[in-house]
Design a protein around this ligand. Sequence first.
Ligand SMILES: *[C@@H]1O[C@H](CO)[C@@H](O)[C@H](O)[C@H]1NC(C)=O
Ligand SMILES: *[C@@H]1O[C@H](CO)[C@@H](O)[C@H](O)[C@H]1NC(C)=O
Ligand SMILES: *[C@@H]1O[C@H](CO)[C@@H](O)[C@H](O)[C@H]1NC(C)=O
Ligand SMILES: *[C@@H]1O[C@H](CO)[C@@H](O)[C@H](O)[C@H]1NC(C)=O
Ligand SMILES: *[C@@H]1O[C@H](CO)[C@@H](O)[C@H](O)[C@H]1NC(C)=O
Length: 692
Amino acid sequence: MNLIISSSLLLMRLLSRNVTLRRANIQTILSRLYSEGPTELSKAQLQKFKSQEQRFKRRLHSVHRKFADVPDNSEFQGQHHVYLEDGKRIYRSTLGHGKQETVEVFNADWGEGGYGSIQRVRLSPTETMLAATVKKDHHEKTRCMLIRLNGVSCTQRVMLVLDNVLSFEWATDDVLFYSTQESLRSLHVFRLHLIDSAVQTTLVYEEKDPKFFVEVSRSRDQRLVTINCSSKTSSEVWFVDSKSPFSFPSLTQSRQPGLLYHVEHSDNSLFILANTGPDQEYQLLRASLASPSMPHWVPVFSAVPGTVIKDLELLQDHCVFTVKDSHCRLQIQTLTTKEPYQLNTLQLPQWACDLSPQRVGTVDRGSFSFLLSSPVHPPVRYLYSSKGQKLSITEDSIKHISIPEFNTTRLQATSHDGTMVPLTLFHMPAFSELCKAPLLLHVYGAYGVDLNMTFSPEKRMMLEDGWTLAYCHVRGGGERGLSWHRAGSVLQKQRGVEDLAACIQTLHRLGVSGPDLTALTARSAGAILAGALCNQNPQLIRALILQAPFLDVLGTMQDTSLPLTLEEKGEWGDPLIREHRDNIASYCPCHNIQPQLYPSMLITAYSEDHRVPVSGVIKFVERLKKAIQMCTTQVDINARVPSVILDIQPGADHFGPEDFHLSLNESARQLAFLYTELGLSLDQQRTRRRRK
Ligand SMILES: *[C@@H]1O[C@H](CO)[C@@H](O)[C@H](O)[C@H]1NC(C)=O
Ligand SMILES: *[C@@H]1O[C@H](CO)[C@@H](O)[C@H](O)[C@H]1NC(C)=O
Ligand SMILES: *[C@@H]1O[C@H](CO)[C@@H](O)[C@H](O)[C@H]1NC(C)=O
Ligand SMILES: *[C@@H]1O[C@H](CO)[C@@H](O)[C@H](O)[C@H]1NC(C)=O
Ligand SMILES: *[C@@H]1O[C@H](CO)[C@@H](O)[C@H](O)[C@H]1NC(C)=O
């Protein structure tokens, strides 16, 4: 179950904007990169920068190789086969007969060209069919391919291709429900019935409110196919019993402003996670399948004070909750599904920061398999089994457990209004030895989404080079629950900036690094807080890295001709309301630039980004350069002059390059920038570590 209403698919549209940028415009900026105005680098500097980039690229290559075989979510099991997905193809082998021949069952290239990467895969209940969506390269267009798995040769396998499919689930082996996407909106759900060689398509749900986004999902026991309708502030779930797939969808509870809920199923009962608990946080309730609406919801469990529920898996006789405590430590709590409900807490390793459930091919209701990782700890596969309520590490993971020692330190910073903001720190030297360590901070703080804490070989490399990595769980994100998001959205957006400043100041005060050795990185909506911090507190950091940054909040939100401005009001406010407009204007990074000494910035934007207007990024950079110019003509000649580098990458969309080499190049460029700006020498960093 994915608790964040804005699931990964939804997330994709969060910053959707329609920008038409003239090609010529992009070219000019590309050619100006590294060589303009007050930020001009000398030929020698540029040469040095380029050669550093090359060296980092080689190192990144080798660190990626080193972690190439860590467990991931590329494998899933059906009833009779095990499947392996490599991004473009799916292979399978028969279960349980020793070493088996592996057969290719799906290839993204079987369809029309240009649809490169697999997005979502589902097996039909008895494994006779497979459906998979593939994404068009450099576009957010997807299509769904239906594949026969049994007794046909490769060329006959593709049975049907459906365009613009976003989400889908099998109800039976011949009934598929799917939602479609157009202009980054998803409003329709269809039922596809496969009858011998014919197909019958029926519209089963149509969303009338453009603020809502529709997605097809299913309960873990596969009994119900659900139609999730969600806006930023409310949800509505319809369901179809797979035992009667042609019946009209039933409504759980009609939408109400502010009511968020998710639905799971077991033994003719609905288990509902709704924000009806104390402080409008999630609690678990129960209702019968026959009378599913709110008046019949019976409370079962509310989060233990100080913890928040992040996710739920419903097994045969247990609910398994993923929870976070006030320091963002992960825990698993299990609850029996029959009265008397019994709660059991299982501690996870102290380094664990991210829990990703293993994808489930077909029904396994006795156990729950997941990957635990942190930005610097490779994933380890764990298995929770209902029987005996035990947690174990799976065999393929044991070797990755014994990686070199590092520390995970969890702190809290006191923000301007007294709120305690959690901070997670990774470092190799002892905490007391961090005063000269370079520090890289991470922030997001929007849409109620937690900071991404999954494993990254790059971050591991930086850790081993002596960096301290800090993750600031500021308000606006979801780390401390739904109220944490509310406390940092719309009129409260500035709280996130204050939290970020408090995190940095706390670290410096505790003797971790110092302003001259501190850099900050953010992407997408995280750039708003990072940009606002630079306007308000430029002296706190030395360098900033932004990717696909949202910087012109005011300009974007005022342009009602742009799609999705409507949905985004829940996060930033409505500029037509005077109070909201003034508030956005007060923190918008693009509208608060002043002549002052800014940190150096490397800003990467993507020409095919339809979510964040590239024009807004250019506006920000131009204003910033002007401000820096004004400031540097006044101060003395020896003062530091910040570099502002705008790198507009052609071809990629909001999510950056899909090509592995291009993305390595990008990481290498960022590392070269950080080392240059913080005055670090690559050799110096590495020898310092070896001597330890
Ligand atoms: C984007 O803008 C262009 C030009 O204004 C327009 O032709 C196009 O239909 C728009 N696309 C969407 C998805 O709104
Ligand atoms: C869709 O709804 C079902 C039922 O409420 C839930 O289990 C699932 O997690 C939801 N999916 C998403 C992506 O929100
Ligand atoms: C951190 O790691 C070092 C070296 O591995 C160790 O000596 C120290 O006790 C750890 N803990 C803290 C809090 O520094
Ligand atoms: C999270 O970060 C990892 C590693 O940097 C990246 O591969 C992944 O795509 C990110 N996930 C999301 C949802 O952004
Ligand atoms: C990556 O950068 C190098 C130069 O550093 C360049 O030669 C190479 O073509 C780039 N790779 C890609 C895939 O663009």
